[in-house]
Design a protein around this ligand. Structure first.
Ligand SMILES: [Zn+2]
Length: 287
């Protein structure tokens, strides 16, 4: 038993000893080969060794450039970030007029009309965002009527017989009209050319639908803008305190499609500024 055990122990020690020697020799050989591959430069060999362990397999190497480009892409926002102080103030400026207009054509979700009308810079405002109280019933504005009469007299000298075929409209009358339009064309279409009760500018007593006497076919029609009368009013209304309330291409701001016949009395000062700057009432009031 003993000799056998000793022999076994001897064999094991012998085996381990030669295994260590063999492994050392193998690693030394590998190291020697590796060093020889890198010009016997230890530092270069170590760097190559490090690369060998960190490098990705061939398949992902193709993705590597993409990954390397990604940081470049990530770096691109960096210069943009530094430019943002310049570009950021511009972007809101561009977006703000768009954001406001986008809402201008859409009625707000409100449960009831306000108790008071909206007055900005001394000017009464009525649009889809600023409705009037149901009880607001001032009748036709006397100052606006006097201004219209002056304008009509001036137009008459140019051979044009202007008439205001629709001015003040009470809440109930607007409700009757709007409901009729909805029944005829549907609500979406009606909302583009008619105001819901409480939202009509005609309820202010300051809106005048203008046409020519004897030219009824152009009343409340886009074609009025192409007639001599329509062109005259568009170019002269501001002198009497009226503005073309819903100009072409401003639906997103005013909330309504172009109405060549609908004029609004705002007074000479505001009307002249709005006309000369070619802006809308909303833009003039800064809302
Ligand atoms: Zn009108």
């Amino acid at each position: 038993m003993k000799p056998t055990k000793k022999k076994t122990e001897f064999d094991k020690k012998f085996y381990i000893k030669w295994m260590v020697i063999a492994m050392t020799a193998i690693w030394a050989a590998i190291a020697a080969v590796w060093l020889s591959m890198h010009n016997w430069d230890t530092e270069e060999s170590m760097q190559a060794l490090a690369r060998a362990f960190t490098e990705q397999p061939a398949e992902t190497e193709q993705e590597a450039p993409a990954e390397e480009e990604a940081p470049v892409k990530d770096e691109q926002p960096a210069p943009e970030e530094t430019e943002q102080p310049e570009t950021q103030p511009e972007e809101p400026k561009e977006e703000a007029p768009e954001a406001t207009p986008k809402d201008a054509t859409v009625y707000p979700e409100i449960d009831q009309l306000p108790a008071e009308p909206t007055i900005v810079k001394g000017i009464l405002l009525a649009n889809k965002q600023h409705p009037l109280p149901e009880t607001y019933a001032p009748g036709e504005n006397a100052e606006a009527r006097a201004a219209f009469d002056s304008m009509a007299q001036a137009a008459a000298k140019d051979g044009l017989q202007l008439t205001a075929f629709s001015t003040y409209r009470a809440f109930d009358r607007q409700k009757q009209l709007y409901d009729g339009y909805v029944a005829k064309d549907g609500q979406a279409a009606a909302d583009r050319y008619s105001a819901r009760p409480g939202f009509s500018e005609h309820q202010t007593g300051l809106a005048f639908d203008i046409g020519e006497a004897g030219q009824e076919q152009h009343w409340a029609s886009a074609s009025f803008g192409d007639t001599a009368g329509g062109k005259w009013v568009k170019e002269n209304a501001h002198k009497y305190g009226f503005i073309l309330r819903y100009p072409e291409g401003k639906e997103q701001i005013t909330g309504y499609m172009h109405e060549s016949w609908h004029f609004r009395y705002v007074g000479k000062e505001a009307a002249t500024a709005i006309y000369q700057q070619n802006i809308t009432l909303e833009e003039y009031l800064g809302i």
